[in-house]
Design a protein around this ligand. Structure first.
Ligand code: GTP
Ligand code: SPV
Ligand code: MN
Length: 620
């Protein structure tokens, strides 16, 4: 009976799609490419995603029937699904991610590189016949509002329903994209197959010269939702340099003041360093009472263009959040919690027998028992051989949820013109060194501060957690071309903006000797944003230090915050020894770029060196 139902549903789905297909596209370039890729991967059938609720339902049924997705308790989690990836496939695999350009120098020293011909040849071995007995889904999608001058169209071919259902949340996908595309062959060609999920046969390849992405052997978000990091950052960064804009790993948020004026900021923090949390923050009571509000435009990616008014404008090309679950609770991020109550896909969190879910530092007590992210039985208090607690949810477990469900979603979130930026903010996870906030002296100095950003490695990356690595503009894993050229592009771009936003640096993650965070963070970060915005409008006082301007005494609004003067001192301390070491770190990081490093960056290095030597370092 179950099988019969499954076949019937599949058949209806199939029929609809084939009927749809005839109408769906006349685009010869697209049809030809789909048929070539089908010849390579040999799927049993091809299904075109039309973006209808009916088709989505059919796919959900199919995913549940095959076990790829588990339907959560309908009462507690309406419209929500659970998915577990392979245990070796829980974060982006930067070591298997390549930029494939004709010339190695064009990928630069910070990217893995392969010659395009070699990369296609190698991956074709893994793709050949990989979809035998499976369905190939064709997902037409747009990054950015349809018809906006910002937007880019992509087509993803995939053998994963999980990918389809995620893409339906994260992008504008379906029939109307094909109508928009028409006969044009100007679209990003994305091919994905789970193949056999073998880490030794896994590759995430970008061919910017061909506007093409090939991803094989993985089922994890950032590796397989090709609209996200692959298109919107790696391919888009390449395109943006040619076309004169910026594709950035940034959240976008609006801060409304009591007069109703809204300032928008964009902020770049590395993976798992607080973008989603900041983008949805709830102002502290003291600010809320005055009428301050926060509006969420985006939590991960920003595309920036210079507007006709000479200001910098930003869009969020996505339509959903692919956010970190652990740590999300009613205290830290109530807006996220409200967003994910329905129509959400949960990946690699803890699942209970009765279709409920849980994660570390989430809501409520852990369940008495459950199944951990890795499929093994779990109960609270479980420890490994060395006595460390075994988490039920993977530290990089995630939720996929539509942005429109977010209580703080900005009415401007899908404005095709975007929103105008008052400030750009860079930041990282530094337990030492970087003060809570500082303002850079100029666009060029701001670019230098972005270019020298560093952060401690988190669970979103493979690597030794806690180790500090340089992550310029939070783009180290996402810049689709030579990073020296990227710095050059940023420097040049600034010269073209008549009214450039001011550039700041923040650090929510400073720790004391005992290893505890000394800044409360989360909602309280609004206090820092408030200073940033007032500074941008020349309405707040600051003190000059060798690294930039910090808030003058009394300028950071700390009303009703219990924090000692000593802690404030620590938060703004600029340790000369640490900064000398940091300077050496800048120098050795830049060395790898050789002559390609732009003069503006060299100039800023020398200027910083001089300031550190000459100017007295004091605390605030
Ligand atoms: P990606 O989706 O990987 O790009 O991450 P993200 O930058 O959006 O990070 P996210 O907001 O999901 O936060 C990641 C982790 O940082 C979570 O565990 C948060 O609880 C923690 N975090 C976020 N903001 C703060 C903060 O202000 N202070 C502290 N101490 N932790 C924070
Ligand atoms: C990140 O790692 O920066 C993420 C998650 O936002 S992923 O989409 O997997 O890249
Ligand atoms: Mn991210």
């Amino acid at each position: 009976m179950e099988t019969a139902k499954k076949h019937l549903l599949a058949h209806i789905g199939n029929l609809k799609i084939w009927i749809g297909r005839v109408k769906m596209t006349q685009n010869r370039a697209l049809q030809q490419w789909v048929s070539e890729m089908a010849q390579l991967c040999q799927p049993e059938r091809i299904v075109w995603i039309d973006g209808t609720a009916e088709q989505k339902k059919v796919l959900e049924e199919e995913a549940v029937a095959s076990g790829e997705m588990i339907r959560l308790d309908e009462q507690k989690w309406p419209g929500c699904f659970y998915h577990r990836t392979a245990t070796n496939d829980v974060a982006r695999t930067e070591q298997l991610t390549y930029i494939c350009t004709s010339k190695k120098e064009d990928a630069g020293p910070t990217n893995n590189w392969m010659k395009p011909a070699e990369a296609y040849r190698q991956a074709a071995l893994y793709f050949r016949g990989a979809m035998k007995g499976r369905t190939m889904y064709v997902i037409p999608f747009s990054m950015g509002p349809l018809g906006s001058p910002f937007s880019k169209i992509g087509i993803e071919l995939t053998d994963s329903i999980y990918v389809v259902l995620n893409m339906l949340i994260m992008t504008r996908a379906g029939r109307e994209i094909l109508e928009q595309l028409g006969e044009s062959d100007n679209f990003t060609r994305g091919l994905h197959s789970k193949a056999d999920l073998d880490p030794n046969r896994r590759l995430i390849l970008h061919f910017p010269e061909d506007n093409t992405i090939w991803s094989v052997g993985s089922g994890y978000g950032g590796n397989v939702l090709l609209g996200k990091k692959c298109l919107s950052l790696r391919i888009a960064s390449w395109l943006s340099r040619r076309e004169g804009w910026l594709a950035e790993h940034m959240l976008i948020m609006g801060i409304e003041d009591p007069t109703g004026k809204i300032d928008y900021i964009a902020a770049a923090f590395p993976s798992a360093c607080g973008k989603t949390n900041l983008a949805m923050l709830i102002p502290p009571e003291h600010f809320r009472a005055q009428g301050y509000k926060v509006w969420t435009v985006g939590d991960d990616i920003a595309w920036l263009r210079i507007g006709e008014d000479g200001r910098l404008w930003a869009i969020n090309p996505e339509t959903g959040f692919f956010g970190v679950a652990p740590g999300t609770n009613a205290q830290s991020n109530p807006n996220a919690l409200a967003t994910i109550r329905r129509n959400t896909i949960f990946t690699n969190v803890l699942l209970t027998e009765d279709g409920d879910i849980w994660w570390e530092d989430g809501e409520g007590e852990p369940p008495a028992s459950g199944i951990a992210w890795d499929g093994r039985p779990w109960k609270p208090g479980l420890t490994d051989d060395s006595g460390r607690p075994i988490p039920g949810a993977h530290p990089n477990s995630r939720f996929t949820a539509p942005i429109v469900q977010c209580p703080s979603v900005s009415p401007e979130w899908d404005n095709p013109r975007g929103v105008p930026l008052t400030a750009i903010v860079f930041g990282g996870r530094r337990s030492r060194l970087a003060p809570l906030v500082y303002e850079t002296f100029s666009w060029q100095h701001g670019v230098y501060v972005g270019a020298t950003m560093a952060s401690e490695i988190t669970a979103a990356q493979y690597g030794k957690q806690g180790q500090v690595r340089r992550d310029p503009m939070a783009m180290l894993p996402f810049c689709g071309y030579n990073m020296a050229d990227y710095f050059h592009h940023w420097l040049n771009f600034g010269k073209k903006i008549e009214k450039p936003p001011k550039i700041f640096h923040v650090n929510w993650f400073r720790k004391n000797e005992a290893g505890d965070f000394i800044w409360p963070g989360f909602g309280e970060n609004l206090r820092v944003l408030n200073w940033i915005i007032r500074r941008a409008h020349n309405q707040a006082g600051a003190v000059r230090t060798p690294i930039g301007f910090v808030p003058a005494e009394g300028e950071l609004d700390l009303t009703n915050l219990e924090i000692s003067g000593e802690t404030i001192e620590q938060l703004f301390a600029i340790d000369p020894k640490d900064w000398q070491k940091e300077l050496a770190g800048h120098s050795s990081f830049f060395a790898q770029f050789g002559d390609r490093l732009p003069q503006g960056i060299r100039d800023e290095y020398h200027a910083l060196k001089e300031r550190l030597a000459l100017e007295r370092i004091g605390t605030k």
